[in-house]
Design a protein around this ligand. Structure first.
Ligand code: ADP
Ligand code: MG
Length: 225
């Protein structure tokens, strides 16, 4: 069974001028899929992830998650799906400034009402090169270190869908490769990954590639680029 499915999704913003970043978007994410969505800045890539992450309601079309039409879910049900089933790797995601890195990761377990697996917390801190920063506060991190902590937080609850918005921004070559490798491993575990990027270099490492242009997605996996 698929993880989620967008059918003919439209999304308008009506702040003054009408903007329609998504006109007719259809996409199915199955377990193990690693999908890259490319497109220039301002085209609607983040909007697509907000709709998929149940953060924005679409204006037309159907979005099903876990076989449920999300437009029929209550806010509480949506928030439950978000915290348990979805991993977000977003640029503007926030950390709790009063908690240390380690506590921020433990807090993520508390959000989904699971008792924290402290071994996994420490393994993830080590994996992302933050073990010597475990007791630091978020403001004591560099941009790249913060991004690596976000990566750890994104996968700590083993989400079924991972939404990554330009995940390699602010990262050097080494850590960019690590993040892509992490996404590939998560796909092997059975998660579905949707990564948006304006950098085709990273998109080439995904299993399938789409281009978002003029509000529609085109499959460019087999195109020579
Ligand atoms: P991308 O992530 O590809 O850079 P976005 O999805 O952020 O693109 O934005 C797509 C378009 O929608 C842009 O023209 C942007 O200005 C507009 N937009 C994004 N968010 C809002 C909003 N909250 N209100 C009005 N317009 C918005
Ligand atoms: Mg964006």
């Amino acid at each position: 069974m698929e993880i989620c499915k967008l059918e003919n999704i439209r999304k308008d913003y009506r702040m003054g001028e009408l903007v329609t970043p998504l006109k007719d978007v259809s996409l199915t994410v199955n377990p193990g899929d690693f999908i890259a969505v490319e497109g220039p800045s301002g085209i609607g890539k983040s909007t697509l992830l907000y709709v998929m992450g149940l953060l924005l309601q679409s204006d037309n079309g159907t979005y099903t998650f876990d076989d449920k039409d999300v437009s029929l879910l209550s806010d509480g049900e949506k928030s439950d799906l978000r915290s348990k089933k979805i991993g977000f790797l977003f640029q503007d995601a926030t950390l709790i400034q009063a908690l240390t890195l380690r506590e921020n990761l433990i807090f993520s377990y508390n959000l989904i009402k699971k008792s924290p697996d402290l071994k996994r917390v420490d393994e993830l801190l080590y994996r992302f090169g933050l073990d010597d920063r475990a007791n630091f506060l978020p403001h004591q991190l560099s941009g790249g270190q913060r991004r690596r902590l976000m990566a750890a937080r994104c996968i700590i609850h083993e989400p079924s869908l991972i939404l990554a918005d330009e995940p390699t921004n602010d990262l050097d070559e080494h850590w960019s490769n690590e993040i892509i490798a992490m996404l590939q491993q998560e796909a092997q575990r059975g998660a579905g990954i949707v990564m948006v990027t304006h950098n085709s270099r990273w998109a080439q490492l995904a299993g399938s590639r789409y281009r978002l242009d003029d509000g529609v997605l085109t499959d460019i996996t087999k195109e020579e680029i």
